[in-house]
Design a protein around this ligand. Structure first.
Ligand code: SF4
Length: 377
């Protein structure tokens, strides 16, 4: 769900240890709260999670209120959306992991396939969007998202009350407010914005189960949109009693394999798709940007820089448990492992993961239309 990042005077570069201060600025700049202060409570309710213990999900708004509702047995839901504009990759998997974590707390997940947005913003042909949406849903289920505790829907093919909400939301914002947040935008994007507001708020409507509160896991670039939605929820309060402000969590954005900007479907060299041939996936990994030194001798003498390394980032976000992760980090820093050897180890982990995932995916893709209703065009 693309939204202009509205932060002046500093560039958000969300990667690596050395840039953590940039994330810290967000707390002040946007009034976010750090999740580390809630870690004990989150893990008491939801169990241990690398997402939180490793600081991948690093900030929140009102997550404490959301947890209160969960702890007291109130109805709580998660809302997220995927723009099905290209292959499902490891950046998407991180969101899947968050859905699964909250589902395990008993939370229902509402998962939008943001086809309206992908059509408006990325100009992807409709036929391709429908294919991609099926692929995304099958990937999510193969990763462990429980379809019994999820509602998968297309933004262009949902219930009347959802569209009514989008329409009402659009009358609560002025053109200058929109311009201040998003700049000059085309009508298609304006519609996509209010569709996203409806994505976030609709589970609190009676027609969708009257959930007391929703949480939205997003990257920090989405925060302007969350703030707009929270304002709209307040302004709609007199017309729709019971509409509550959403809570939100903020995760770091996985970098591209080239060590550049975030992993993105629009830059094939930046991602590993969960559906690409395993040989291609491992070859992308072998060519990924690392924190290694120019020569083996220098690496042995000075050690590598795992915090800058994309192989390490794959370990951190996806591939390794705490013990081995710590061991590799130390070995790298102390020059006791070279990048070639380590990449071969990572490639084996990746191969095992993709083998298993693609086997499950191939079973689910054949029946995926049992889980999502597609429009005709
Ligand atoms: S040894 Fe591994 S973790 Fe360290 S820089 Fe090389 S690839 Fe990255």
């Amino acid at each position: 769900m693309g939204v202009v990042l509205f932060m002046e005077n500093f560039r958000l570069d969300p990667w690596g240890h050395v840039l953590i201060e940039e994330y810290e600025k967000l707390f002040k700049f946007f009034g976010l709260s750090p999740t580390k202060n809630l870690l004990e409570r989150i893990e008491r309710i939801g169990g241990k999670s690398k997402l939180y213990s490793r600081g991948i999900v690093f900030a929140h708004r009102d997550l404490d209120k959301f947890l209160n509702t969960v702890e007291h047995g109130g109805k709580a839901a998660l809302v997220t959306g995927f723009m099905p504009s290209g292959p499902f990759h490891f950046g998407h998997k991180m969101v899947a992991d968050q859905i699964i974590y909250f589902q395990n707390m008993g939370v229902k997940a509402f998962i939008a396939m943001a086809d309206a947005e992908a059509y408006a913003v990325r100009k992807i042909p409709r036929k391709k969007l429908l294919e991609n949406a099926k692929n995304y849903v099958a990937n999510l289920i193969a990763l462990g998202v429980d379809p019994k505790r999820a509602v998968f829907y297309m933004q262009t093919n949902y219930e009347p009350a959802y569209y009514r909400l989008a329409q009402m939301a659009s009358s609560k914002v002025t053109t200058s407010e929109l311009k201040a947040i998003y700049g000059d935008i085309e009508p298609g994007k304006v519609i996509a914005i209010f569709t996203q507001v409806a994505d976030i708020l609709h589970p609190t409507l009676e027609e969708f189960g009257k959930y007391k509160i929703v949480v939205v896991p997003v990257g920090p670039d989405q925060d302007p949109h969350i703030r707009l939605t929270r304002d709209i929820a307040e302004r709609l309060g007199t017309d729709i009693p019971g509409l509550s402000k959403p809570a939100s969590t903020y995760h770091k954005l996985m970098r591209g394999l080239d060590g550049g900007e975030k992993m993105s479907s629009s830059r094939p060299e930046s991602y590993i798709s969960l559906n690409e041939p395993i040989e291609i996936a491992t070859s992308k990994l072998m060519n990924a940007y690392t924190g290694g030194r120019p020569t083996a001798d220098e690496q042995r003498r000075f050690g590598g820089v795992p915090d800058k390394c994309m192989i390490y980032e794959l370990y951190l976000y996806h591939l390794l448990d705490d013990d081995v992760l710590r061991e590799i980090y130390d070995k790298c820093r102390n020059g006791r492992i070279l990048c070639g050897e380590d990449k071969r180890f990572a490639a084996r982990l990746l191969r095992d993961f993709l083998d298993e995932h693609q086997r499950k995916f191939n079973e689910i893709i054949n029946v995926v239309e049992d889980y999502i209703e597609l429009p005709k065009y």
